[in-house]
Write a protein that binds this ligand. Sequence first.
Ligand SMILES: [Fe+2]
Length: 285
Amino acid sequence: MRLRSVELEIADVGAAADFLERVWGLVAAGTSGATRFFRGTGDHPYILSLAKASAPAVASITFSGSPEEVDTVRRRNGSPRLIRFNVPGSGEGFEVRGPEAQNYRFISETEKTTPLGDRDKPIQLTHAVVNATDVEASERFAVEKLGFQVSDRTGHMRFLRCNRKHHAVAYAHSSLASLNHIAFEMQSLDAVMRGMARLREAGFEPVWGPGRHGPGNNVFGYFIAPYGGIVEYTAEVSEVGDDYRVGTPEDWKWPPGRIDHWGLSKKDTAKTAAAEAVLRFKNLP
Ligand SMILES: [Fe+2]
């Protein structure tokens, strides 16, 4: 199973598309009605979609896998009805609702797109971090209903995987259910740094990074997109298997004043908290 895409609703699709294509490095991948699709350089037909709406929201977080993998998750959830999604790559799948209105979509991978050659553009999404008021409940749902495995638990977050990559989804404790951020996988540490330079040249300063995370050991640079959500360039995320010992909060304590392995980064917590609050789940009661 792989994280494939995130479907967003925002007010100014044109401005967001301009940022995503011209600055962030995604590639236009077609339209369906008023919805615009964007791909990375990897083999997913698209990795992000933007639909116009009066209030910004996360419509869904989408995973894809073989028909057998998708069917296994579907049966865990009582076999919800199959949907043929009108998106690039097509594919049949289903949706399930998490404990805090997170809408997870699973789609059978019926076709892969030819990868592109640009070494400095995002390849694909590699994780989505979700703010949850009850991370225990979200973790339990991801294990029992989505079939994911826990990789690490920190005092603040739960990291879960659906393949060998350390995490595809993580839950961060918050007073507000929303999208914390989405991370775009880059080819290398150099590609992350060149991407950060591209953002700086376009007038965007990082709100956190560059740095190297604890859980997952990936390098990172975080920015606030003009539409309000947080986007991350990342690379070198660790791969783990069944022999990986699930880390505990005790394993992931930083020395005073440090919030990543390098000790260089400072996080603009006020700005990031405000940006995290923008993208709430569409069906949140
Ligand atoms: Fe991240």
